[in-house]
Design a protein around this ligand. Structure first.
Ligand code: ADP
Ligand code: RBF
Ligand code: MG
Length: 383
């Protein structure tokens, strides 16, 4: 689909934590361990307060909120030395490697601009294959007078790239970073790292759900070439379990039954894949293998409190199959979850997804997974 051009950009300036790297998850783990020493329990609800902050600001917030008997710089020293032992386990966020490779292959100048300190940034990226070579410029908060939300870091990055701020595209996950990018006179794409937060990003020029949804051509940059007939292929990934009761809406409200799977035990796999609409193959223990299209997420139209996995098997069944073992091989991505002005438009979109999936699954690239052994389940009762 042709995309309206927003503005012509000549370089891309990326934030690191929460934008390219899933450091937040690891940081929470470290904090949890650290707080136990002081007899305190890490409350995940604090997360939104520290997203995008500099290490000292982060320390100030946590020391104060938890009433810790230590100074901020002691907190920073201790927590960061614990954290550095875990940096090798930090994973790239969905689409990060793809984006870095793409921009670097096309010679688009790239900078990293982070509220972390320069040395921490370098050690974080040292574990990610090919990243160091892709960024000609790296700016940490210890290299400028003030960190984000001040524009300094971004202005310094543009300066070192020899680019005008007005032709620099910033990609950021935090509100603080978005504010900094706009203050620098740059165009800003926000990729919120916490769910259901879109409303806090009004200052951004565009808000996307994950890096998979970035369309560089909107910004005058080379388009991705890996989309195939409306689908983005991925390495296959696997989830399965007994079909559980959903919210009782699929068939009743939409006329589209979805054989819900429990998200329990899949938090790792799900954090590696953004919420969105995916497709692949579904194996039902006593019936066979079918084409499948599904949504994973909070269903923005219904604004669910819990993330759900909702596969629609593209086959007419004459009965329900609750509790039956269902195994999915997911082979590609279609689009982010969206809100819709009416139920009819949501339903029409899901039928469009079905057509995209049905057609794509006939391509050899995807059809070969029909024979994946994971789909040929012997019944869980051990038949
Ligand atoms: P729930 O909210 O409990 O998931 P749905 O209205 O979404 O209820 O209906 C889903 C149930 O319908 C599935 O658990 C399954 O037993 C049955 N079903 C029948 N046909 C299909 C299909 N083509 N795809 C998925 N589920 C189907
Ligand atoms: N719900 C949404 O709110 N937004 C969506 O974009 C959306 N896309 C979907 C795509 C597919 C292929 C399927 C099967 C479901 C989708 N749904 C979406 C989820 C739908 O709201 C959900 O299955 C019902 O609410 C049943 O719980
Ligand atoms: Mg359902």
């Amino acid at each position: 689909m042709a995309q309206p051009l927003k503005k012509l950009m000549s370089c891309v300036i990326l934030d690191l934590d929460g934008t390219l790297l899933n450091t937040d998850g690891m940081f929470s783990e470290v904090l949890k361990t650290f707080l136990v020493k002081y007899g305190k329990e890490w409350d995940g609800r604090e997360k939104h307060k520290i997203v995008g902050k500099t290490p000292l600001e982060e320390a100030a917030i946590i020391v104060e909120d938890y009433g810790l008997p230590c100074a901020k710089h002691e907190f920073v020293n201790e927590v960061y030395s614990m954290f550095s032992d875990h940096l090798c386990k930090v994973k790239a966020l969905p689409g990060a490697n793809r984006l870095i490779k793409h921009l670097s292959c096309h010679g688009v100048p790239m900078a990293l601009a982070s509220n972390s300190h320069r040395a921490t940034i370098e050690s974080k990226i040292s574990y990610q294959h090919g990243w160091k070579e892709s960024f000609s410029v790296i700016v940490g908060s210890d290299e400028v007078r003030t960190g984000k939300p001040s524009p300094d870091i971004f202005l310094e990055a543009a300066k070192r790239l020899n680019m005008e701020p007005s032709s620099s595209l910033v990609i950021e996950d935090s509100v603080i970073g978005v504010v900094a990018g706009k203050a620098a006179g740059m165009e800003v794409v926000a990729v919120p790292s916490l769910p259901k937060q879109t409303h806090r990003y009004i200052a951004a020029d565009e808000v996307i759900n994950s890096l998979l949804d970035l369309r560089p051509e909107k910004w005058g940059l080379p388009p991705f070439q890996d989309w195939i007939e409306g689908t983005l292929p991925s390495e296959p990934w696997y989830i399965g379990g007994p079909v559980v009761k959903g919210l009782g809406r699929g068939s009743k409200v939409l006329g589209i039954p979805t054989a819900n799977l429990s998200t329990e035990g899949y938090s790792d796999v799900l954090s590696e894949h953004p919420s969105g609409v995916y497709f692949g193959w579904a194996g039902l223990s006593t019936r066979g293998v079918y084409k499948m299209v599904m949504s994973i997420g909070w269903n923005p139209y219904f604004d669910n409190a819990e993330k759900t996995i909702e596969p629609w098997l593209l086959h007419e069944f004459d009965e329900d199959f609750y509790d039956e073992e269902l195994h999915l091989v997911i082979v590609g991505y279609i689009r982010p979850e969206a809100n819709f002005p009416s139920l009819e438009t949501l339903i029409a979109k899901i039928h469009e997804d079905r057509k995209v999936a049905e057609r794509a699954l006939d391509l050899p690239l995807y059809s070969k997974y029909r024979d994946d052994p994971y789909l040929k389940i012997t019944s869980s009762k051990g038949q």
